[in-house]
Design a protein around this ligand. Structure first.
Ligand SMILES: Cc1ncc(COP(=O)(O)O)c(C=O)c1O
Length: 459
């Protein structure tokens, strides 16, 4: 986002804030403040003078380092502005990556039953174990990590992978250094900035100081050249990747684990899209020998079962993973979840358990299969228009190249001319410049209609 755009959005939102009725002192009785209170005078767009009260609390300097809004709220803001401009347009959203298909009934009926039980004396339950319910932890271990030496008590059930990413950052604190794939899911970088692990944003390179950006482009098959990557404490790695859709091969993950081991680093492996994998690549980092000593894995029911609103995920921290002083990482994470979290909703956990029943797994595969058909339709469309298209095979995202063009310009042109919302690649890091991400989450008629409009635009 350009500086001028950022300024214009901040100014318009702050003027809306300042003109809120609670600050409209003209209509209210105004008391004179005690001498030591800080008062400032502001002039709104209408040049009306207002007096606002400010606390003495300083803003968190790390949050102040963040650039404009988090990517997806910014995309949503532009979508809403577009809707205001074209109130009658049929806007199709293939941007944020939110699921659209209903949750299979075998899963919702388990949640409904659990919900009903909460109205009975016999089956009511309140706070549960912060780490999650035993049967669900056990089912996660046996479903996703069978034969990999991951046990039920290595698993922490949560309200989603994004929340776990932040809790992991809280656990590691502000002194660690971190590496991310570039481009990558924005929560890794933003949570690192908020924790104070980084320096300021450097406009010339579009990067935060002190973060190691591991460039992942078509030129290196979307896997970083580790010989050029500086040693960091933490390495975030997402496969299948959001946004590129690329999935690391076994050989690549062997290299990554070796790299972490050589440097004494910890990998935070995000496998939120593993269910979408078609290739025979590892679904979990723990398929790689030795990974239990250097890796954490976080994952989610969001994109498997449409749980983006229900909220349920998990993080695996093997007991073999130790800090430099020999203290088990899992014990610190246990402390964090006990302090900063009170466990996932018991209703969501009932849903999660149903997901992992034979019937639930079959239903999840069907939903994922539906989205994968959407992906094929989008890939075929852009291929037929002569674009270079990546991803799509192992993840629900299609990564389309517009060489030499600005991602935000392409995003804006597509929105303006087709009323389809995509996501600009540069929002995922400087390595995403020149790409847009098209999400395959959508009803089939919307996907077909969006592709018809793409064909019209680029014919
Ligand atoms: C790579 C990745 N990790 C984590 C998440 C968040 O998952 P959850 O809904 O479980 O918080 C997303 C959501 O888009 C994602 O793309």
């Amino acid at each position: 986002m350009s500086l001028s755009h950022w300024l214009s959005t901040s100014i318009s939102s702050s003027s809306a804030f300042l003109s809120s009725p609670i600050f409209n002192s003209r209509n209210q009785h105004v008391c004179l403040p005690p001498k030591d209170l800080v008062i400032c005078r502001c002039v709104t767009a209408s040049q009306e003078e207002k007096t606002v009260f400010k606390t003495k609390v300083s803003r968190n300097v790390n949050i102040a380092k963040l650039q404009a809004g988090y990517l997806f709220p910014e995309v949503a803001r532009r979508r809403n502005a577009h809707l205001q401009k074209y109130p009658d347009a049929r806007v199709i959203s293939l941007g944020i990556g939110d699921t659209t298909e209903p949750i299979p009934e075998v899963i919702t009926s388990a949640m409904a039953e659990r919900s009903q039980e909460l109205s009975t004396f016999e089956k009511y339950s309140g706070y549960g174990a912060e780490q999650g319910e035993k049967p669900l932890r056990s089912a996660i271990a046996s479903t996703f990590y069978d034969g990999l030496g991951i046990e039920e008590d290595d698993i922490f059930v949560s309200d989603g992978a994004k929340c776990d990413i932040s809790r992991l950052q809280v656990m590691f604190g502000s002194e660690v250094t971190m590496a991310v794939q570039d481009p990558s899911y924005p929560a890794y970088v933003d949570s690192s900035v908020i924790m104070g692990q980084t320096g300021q944003f450097q406009k010339d390179v579009e990067k935060y100081a002190k973060i190691e950006y591991m460039r992942c482009t078509p030129d290196n098959g979307f896997f970083p050249d580790l010989s050029t990557v500086s040693k960091t404490d933490i390495i975030f790695f997402c496969s299948p990747n959001n946004p590129t859709g690329a999935a690391a091969t076994r050989d690549q993950l062997i290299q990554l684990v070796k790299f972490a081991k050589d440097n004494g680093s910890i990998i935070i492996y995000d496998s939120a899209y593993a269910f979408y994998m078609s290739d025979d690549n590892p679904r979990s980092i723990f398929e790689i020998p030795g990974a239990k000593e250097v890796a954490i894995e976080t994952s989610s029911f969001s994109k498997y079962a449409g749980f983006t609103g229900v909220r349920l995920g998990w993080t695996v921290i093997p007991k073999q993973l130790l800090f430099s002083d020999g203290f088990p990482v899992a014990r610190d994470f246990n402390r964090i979840v006990s302090t900063c979290f009170n466990g996932a909703s018991n209703i969501s956990q009932a849903g999660g358990l149903a997901c992992l029943s034979a019937e639930g797994l079959k239903a999840m595969h069907e939903v994922v299969g539906f989205y994968k058909e959407n992906t094929n339709i989008i890939v075929d469309t852009f291929n037929s228009l002569g674009f270079k298209v990546y991803g799509g095979k192992n993840g629900p995202y299609v990564w389309v190249h517009f060489p030499g063009q600005s991602s935000w310009d392409v995003f804006s042109e597509i929105l303006e001319k087709t009323h389809v919302v995509t996501t600009p690649g540069s929002g995922f890091g400087p390595g995403g410049e020149g790409f847009i991400r098209v999400s395959a989450f959508g009803h089939r008629d919307n996907i077909l209609e969006a592709c018809r409009r793409f064909r019209q635009l680029y014919k």
